[in-house]
Structure formats: C-alpha cells, structure tokens
Design a protein around this ligand. Structure first.
Ligand code: TNX
Length: 515
C-alpha cells in the first residue's frame, strides 16, 4: 500500500510564494510504496561515484545513462565503475538483493545520508529506478546546462513495480513525417515516465515511411508527401535500426505498424498492381479515411504483405508486429475476414505476435494476438470474444487515451471527434475495469496514440502529449489502490519545473497546481 506522506518535509511558506511539492510526494507514476526517512538526505557532490553491478554490461549501461543525465546540470564528473565489491558510499545500481516483489521491471531505492542504493532483478528495473531517482532531485536537474546545487536526494525506502508489463505510446509518422531526432526526443520523454513500448504507425493513406528493398517505390514515391502536401520523408533501414537501438538504450521496445487492408493509398499509389483495377491512384494529402483497400483477391497482395512484414520483422527485435486493420470501410466484411485470416499466419511465420486495432477482433484471433481497443463505448463484442479465447487487450479508448484530441475548444491543434480530453478525463478511468468482459488480467496494458493529422513539430507533440501522457503512464504503472485525482494533480504539478528545464512546450492546464 502507499505510505501516505504527511508533513515529511519542512514545507514552510514565506510570503506569497507557494512551497514546492516535497520530492517524495512528487513522483509520477506514484510508486507502490514510499517510506520517508525524516531529516535524512543524500547530497550528490563533485566527488560522488556511480557503482554498478560487477561484471554486468546492461547495469553499467544504465549507470552511464544516469551519469549522462546528471552530468549536464550538475557539472560533476560522476565516474561509473563496475569493479567488484559494493562501495559503502555513492550511488549503486545492483542486480542482487532486491525484494522478490519487484519482479522483472520493478526496483527498490534506499537513500540515506551516505548512499543511494538501487536494487532490481533486471536492468529494466534499474532503469525504472533511475527515473524515480531523477524525480527525487530538484527540477533543475533536467537542465541541459550547469546549474547551482545543492543536489539533495531525500532519505527514503521505496519499493516499486508496475501494474501492467506493457505501457506504450503510439506516434503516427505517416500523416506528418517525424524525423529520427524528433522520435528520439519523444523516446527520452517516454522513458522518464516508465513507458516501455513505442508503437510507430509507419504507413497510411498519406505516406509510407520505411524503406522496403523488394518494393522500393513504397518509400521513394509513397513517402514523398504528407498531409497538407509537404515533402514527407521516410526512414532508411539504417535509420530505423538506429531508432530501434536508441529505444533499447531507453529500455523501450519498438512496435512497427503497417496498417492494412485499408489506410493503404500510399502503397497503392506506388504500385498499380496492388489495385484491383490495375490503376495506381494519385497520392493523397487530405485527411479523409475509409476509401482505400488492398485488393483482397489478388495473389500479388499477399506477396507484398509477406515481403513487407519479413523485411520489417528482420529489423525489429521486439516480439510484436502491428497489422493495423482499422476503418477498412472500402473492404467488404467477407474480404476483411479473409484478409486478416491470411495475414495473421504471415506475422506468426516471421516470429512475431500480432497486434491490431480492435476491428481485427471481428476475425478469429490466435490467443497471442492483441486487439487494441480504440472505441468510445465500454463494450465490444469482438474484443470480449477474443478475451474469452485468451487474447490480452491493449487499452486505448479514444475519449480517454487519444493524445490527438483537443483539451478544449481553444486548443490550437488536434481533433475532437472523440470529444475534448482535459487532464482529469485522461486520468479518471480504470483500464482494468473499463470494457465489459475485459478484467484486469485480460489487459496487456495502456497505450496513448498520437495521430498527427495536425501535428507537425516537436512543440506540437509536447503540447498534446504533456501532461496527459503522464496521466496514462500512471494508469499503466501504479496500483489502482493509489488512484486519487487530488494527489495526482499535486504530483503532476511538480513535473512543471522539470519540463521547463527541458524546454518542453507542455499544456499548462488550469486543472493542475503547477509548481
Ligand atoms: C481514427 S483510431 C483513426 C486514425 C485517425 C484518428 C484520428 C484509428 C484506429 N483510426 O486513422 O488518424 O482517428 O483521431
């Protein structure tokens, strides 16, 4: 249970300035358990050393990542060593002695006057603990330039592990192309909130965004524009691999999506043979949906699908391949079922588990396939049937989890077909008890999609994703027993100085008491 911290820090308010929220009451997502050691704190100084589990390269990598974050603002050298023996002082990242409860993603953090010790069973767990440690330091720790200290970590015993093993965001790089550096920036932000999957929507009507050697025009022609008619773009295989590796260094798994059999105009424009009438349509730069379909009756369609899935699967170490499957309004129902029935085995033959928008649950799914619920209702017959047969569901209800919905009528970008989503709306739902027939154990996790019809720049991504993504991250990580809007708003408000130090263009919702 969450230890409620009351009066653990000297929150004296002088004059009119509001006191900053004490760090132990500021952590997002809120940990499973936080016990404060009153009057104790650890000071990070220019002599602090970082020690990582002897002989573990993955633990050393987490130590180097931590040092990289802390060096920018402290200016301290913070050497990282994995020499044998546990030093009594400094910051230690250890792969032994963790409470069994932390599992394969959780951690323990113990901070005293002399040391900070993180313990986990895996490097994933240490990485999660490092994100908590960042939030225990003052917000200016996130500054890219040297700042004055002191750098105090409050004394505490923290035990923490996730509610759901799958916590994800989706970025649509098809409607507007988002270059490698923009995706890396987003990966850095996701990691801070313990999100461990990034789903990339790599193809849609307006653009194809990944090089496929056996069908080269997909990228060179199909990737040559975007919504509004700009130049578009695509990832070369080397760039995609760079993203996969960068994500891995942030303990994030990339999930590639090729949306089919609808949302395929860019592919059909690139290759006439993918159309039933043999005629390539023009490229499209508007935001209509539901008009394109691969030709279900042609053999070449399945050669295309096999080639694309094989080439992308070869570059993708993660277990999932997302086949889209949404809004196939230009495909008849029998054709849709036939198509999904042919594509699922291709995914399996390439060693991947299929994810798909929940429309795919109209077809017969293997138990390892996950429908991603994006509806605005609280029941879906197909999803309930898939769950009864053993599938786990990814929860992305559009009126709660869609980051491309506006906050309110004055939000300058975004859509509103699923309604306005203020921060409280994004937070106030229970993914484990939301859909009928889909209980906690049938939920793989929570995912926040960001469709980019109106999203062009990194500042646009910031504005729509933050702070709502942090609310979703807490739903995915923290136990439901900790769920409390008033406590959450305070924790969220404490993220403000961190996001300012990172020059993030977040939405300063009036619902939140920003520090
Ligand atoms: C619906 S949600 C779509 C996308 C759009 C989005 C805009 C889903 C599976 N399909 O094609 O981009 O709405 O909010």
């Amino acid at each position: 249970a969450l230890t409620l911290l009351v009066g653990t820090a000297s929150a004296t308010t002088a004059g009119t300035a509001a006191a900053a929220t004490p760090p132990l009451q500021s952590i997002v997502p809120v940990p499973v358990s936080v016990q404060a050691l009153d009057g104790v704190s650890y000071a990070l100084t220019e002599t602090t050393k970082i020690h990582t589990e002897a002989g573990s390269a993955p633990a050393k990598d987490v130590g180097e990542y931590l040092a990289g974050v802390l060096r920018r603002s402290t200016g301290f050298p913070l050497p990282v060593s994995d020499a044998a023996g546990t030093p009594a002082d400094g910051v230690s990242l250890l792969l032994s002695g963790a409470d069994a409860k932390v599992g394969d993603q959780g951690y323990q953090l113990n901070s005293t006057a002399g040391s900070v010790v993180l313990r986990a069973n895996t490097a994933d767990g240490l990485f999660a603990g490092v994100q908590t440690l960042r939030q225990l330091l003052p917000g200016k720790i996130e500054s890219p330039t040297t700042q004055p200290g002191p750098w105090a970590v409050p004394g505490a015993n923290i035990l923490d592990y996730p509610r759901f093993g799958y916590r994800a965001a989706m970025l649509d790089v098809a409607r507007h192309f988002h270059p490698v550096d923009t995706v890396k920036r987003y990966l850095d932000q996701l990691a801070q909130y313990k999100i461990n999957h990034l789903h990339l929507h790599l193809a849609d009507d307006q653009g194809w965004r990944i090089q496929i050697d056996s069908w080269p025009r997909l990228a060179t022609y199909g990737g040559s524009t975007q919504v509004g008619g700009g130049p578009g773009g695509y990832y070369t295989k080397a760039q995609y691999t760079d993203l996969v590796n960068y994500a891995a260094s942030r303990h994030i798994t990339i999930i590639p999506e090729i949306d089919m059999p609808g949302h395929t105009n860019a592919a059909q424009a690139s290759y006439a043979e993918l159309n039933c009438n043999g005629v390539a349509p023009p490229l499209r730069t508007d935001i209509e949906v539901g008009y394109s379909s691969l030709c279900i009756s042609k053999d070449i369609t399945y050669k295309f699908v096999s080639d694309v899935i094989r080439e992308i699967a070869e570059l993708t170490p993660g277990p999932y391949f997302h086949i889209g499957g949404d809004e196939a309004a230009a495909t008849s129902q029998p054709d849709y079922l036939k198509f999904i029935g042919k594509v699922l085995p291709i995914v399996a033959a390439n060693g991947k588990q299929a994810n798909g928008w929940h429309d795919i649950a109209k077809a017969d799914l293997p138990a390892n396939a996950s429908p991603q619920f994006w509806g605005t209702t609280t029941s879906d017959a197909g999803v309930a049937k898939a769950v009864a047969k053993g599938s786990k569901v990814i929860m992305s209800p559009a009126n709660k989890a869609y980051l491309d919905m506006k906050y309110n009528a004055s939000t300058p970008i975004g859509l509103n077909w699923a309604g306005y989503i203020e921060v409280k709306d994004a937070y106030e739902w229970n993914p484990g008890a939301y859909l009928s027939g889909v209980g906690e154990s049938a939920v793989r996790g929570v995912e926040s999609p960001l469709w980019t019809e109106t999203v062009v720049t990194p500042a646009h991504i910031d504005l729509l994703a933050f702070p709502r993504l942090a609310a979703h991250a807490e739903l995915g990580w923290s136990p439901w027993s900790t769920h409390n809007w008033n406590a959450f708003r305070t924790r969220l408000g404490a993220q403000g100085p961190r996001w300012e130090a990172q020059s993030m263009n977040f939405y300063r919702s009036a619902q939140i008491p920003w520090d």
